[in-house]
Ligand binder design. Sequence first.
Ligand SMILES: [Zn+2]
Length: 321
Amino acid sequence: MKIKARKMPAKRAWRKLVKKQQRHRRRQKQARQREKDEAIEEKARESDPEYQAYLKQQVELEQFQRLASERLRQHEEEAWLRREALAQHQFQIDAAKRAQQEAEVDRLRAQQAEALAAQQEEQRKRREESKRLADAAAAEFEAMLHRMHEYMEDTEERSPPAELRRVVETHPEERLCEFYTRTNCCRYGHSCTFNHRRPMLAKILLIRHFYTHPLLQVDATHKEYAGADEHLELTQHDLRADYDEFFKDATGELEKFGKIVNFRTVCNTLPHLRGHVFVEYAHERFALRAFINLQGRYYAARRLNVEFSNLKAWRGAVCGT
Ligand SMILES: [Zn+2]
């Protein structure tokens, strides 16, 4: 550019500069005139009451807007403070609730632990008590056996001691169980609510379920099925023959303890009566000897269950000999 400018003739450059200055002055003049016009115009406007009113209105409007936005800001701040206070309050409520729940959980846990401990203690006591009772019963039975031995070996033939004359009662305050009194057996067993009376010594021994036979195992109410199973070949004749054999075998054993005057078997299919054998000895001493000697003995792979009986009449209790 410098090279070009140097090439430009000085006259031409001068004219250009003059024109530029002329333009500048003209613009300045115009601007001054415009300002003057505007000032005049402004003055005229300012003296116009309508314009004055407009300006006032503008100022009022601005003020109103400022006040409104200030009020809104205050309102928002108050709302925020209220929300914050509410949140704080809720937080405190929640914290209190949590603390209460935790305390409740702790309390329940403690309660459960206490209950468990109490339960364990109760179980321990029950175990101890049942062991104590079992020990006491065993000791009593031993003592009774001892008394029985003494009486049995007594050569002076004295009457039995008072302990052996005792009668054991299951519910002394209740009336007698009719069935037990008549048969010495009761389908309810130990759970019967009536009174079962059992002597500690008698001439008659009861050996429960002593005689077992397939025909006796059949439930009386299902006789029609009896012929269809393994009992097909068995008849009443077989039962009789088998029973005769049992009778010979059993009396042979039992007579070793003394003279037998009666031997009766309950040939009943009812489960609580089935195969019970009553053995009446001529003397209580014989029955006692049998009782002592049969303790813990087995017959046909079954442990013998022997007790004294106070049966008054055979009729009604047994159906065979
Ligand atoms: Zn009963």
